[in-house]
Ligand binder design. Sequence first.
Ligand SMILES: Cc1cc2nc3c(=O)[nH]c(=O)nc-3n(C[C@H](O)[C@H](O)[C@H](O)COP(=O)(O)OP(=O)(O)OC[C@H]3O[C@@H](n4cnc5c(N)ncnc54)[C@H](O)[C@@H]3O)c2cc1C
Length: 527
Amino acid sequence: MAADRYDAVVIGAGHNGLCAAAYLARAGKKVGIFESRHEEAGAVHTSEATVPGFWHNLHAQYMEFIDYMPFYHDFDLPSFGARMIKPECQVGMAFEDGRPPLLIYTPEHADRTHRSLSYFSKHDADAFHEIRSKVMAKDREIAAMLYGARRPEAVVGELGRMWADIGMSPMDVTKPAKELIDRTFESTELRGVLYRQCLEWGADPHEGTGLAFVICCFWLCGIHYLVVGGTHMLGHAMAGACLREGVHLRYNRRVREITTRGGRATGIVLEDGTHVEADIVVSNLDIRTTFYDMVGEENITADMRDAVEGWRFGPEHCLGTPSFALHEPPDYKSARHDPDVNRCFYTIVGYETAEQVSEYILQAFGGRPPERPAAGTWVNTLWDPTQAPPGKHAMNGWFFFPKASDLSEAEWKDVRETYNARFLELWRRHAPNMTRENVIADALYTPLDIEREMGMPEGDFGRGRPKSLAALTTAESPGRRHGRTGIHGLYMCPGTGVSAAPGYVAFKSIAEDFGLPEVWKRDDRIY
Ligand SMILES: Cc1cc2nc3c(=O)[nH]c(=O)nc-3n(C[C@H](O)[C@H](O)[C@H](O)COP(=O)(O)OP(=O)(O)OC[C@H]3O[C@@H](n4cnc5c(N)ncnc54)[C@H](O)[C@@H]3O)c2cc1C
């Protein structure tokens, strides 16, 4: 049956879909977003996962791109209720033996970071300070690689000079981040924290690219915000901005098909059979679902099929999220040397050495939950008491787990029922007040749950990646060609992390292809 007609339809109201829709509407298009769930923003999400009144971010926890994100600033998201807090002490590691914590502060507090790292190694403190200063001096250029549909020569040149200036050779780009970390730093504590920083971003420090050394260990390490009221408040603000621009936001509308004619997108079909016509279709979903399930294998070219076949889901982006409702926040043994560890935004718990972090990663990526139930932890109520009842605390964490299909349903059930208790025991050895009596309730959300709730294949929070680095960097695959696909009028914008970059880049490609006004341009922005 025929229904509406839009200039552009967006499949999925994830934050990237919302971003693309908001700009399209601002550029004068009639836009409809069709979302399968009952609410917007996908993995930009918060839930009362333990007990009513305790707010837990089951997916995105900390926001690192806020200062760079055009969507946030161009649409004045704070005016829609998005409010951010940036804790000074950003990344920490607490130790079971009670030695001083390792603490990394925001770049503005470089002296405090230097003081903390000096306890372990003066050499490391100096080297970290020097490299971070040089990387942060080029942070806008790094952001431009993410948000710029085209990479200006000048930006590439600047980044090349920065790479050399921090002591890297051109070949180092191909080396695993672990090799660069080990070559640059000598203390086991800092090495361990930096391996884990790579891991947070889905970069296996044992493999992959040396770029993770710059991006994960220096750029993204220490620039995180928490969202007041929980991560979902950011998603709601994004939806508010869309509504103000006149976007039609439709919930409980699962899309089942993308229609094409003669190599051009012509619209979508909803699960109930409704046909929605549009010249522009933007998919916020992963490449496999978009091409195989929605466009249909019979309608795609051999190139596209190769790209889909060359895509893999997990294990690097697969997480389990423990949620704990607490009477008291953790009081770490390491706090007797430096109380800031008790007010650190992101605290790593469960490792004494870098080797243990490395082994943990190998196990998680090797198909089994790691033996050592170590975690990255956040207690957002330390800054935002609204996220729990008065005087109480809400915690979330990250375990790195195998991909959803590596374990049977029964095995995931077992993990759900036992792994948090094992973590709590380890946590208590670091912070003696983390007893069972201090826990009001807890829950564990696994990659299988993420796959089912969010439709992220294998629970992969990046919605997959090309099999090879070359495919990623040369952007050979649909969905990485600045959002363009081989089908005229069909664009993709799924992404890794709450950057809103894929939505922004896809919009810029659409604007170029359809001659839309350049509504994103700002004199003070290089992307
Ligand atoms: C456990 C976990 C922790 C994370 N932590 C962080 C973090 O701390 N910081 C950070 O920056 N990032 C984090 N991320 C990653 C980040 O949340 C995601 O990369 C980001 O939210 C993806 O946004 P998106 O818009 O590309 O897609 P999604 O958020 O996946 O949105 C896709 C939307 O499409 C909808 N949809 C699916 N199928 C259909 C259909 N057939 N029809 C219509 N709609 C459909 C979905 O319901 C969803 O709303 C985390 C992710 C996970 C899973």
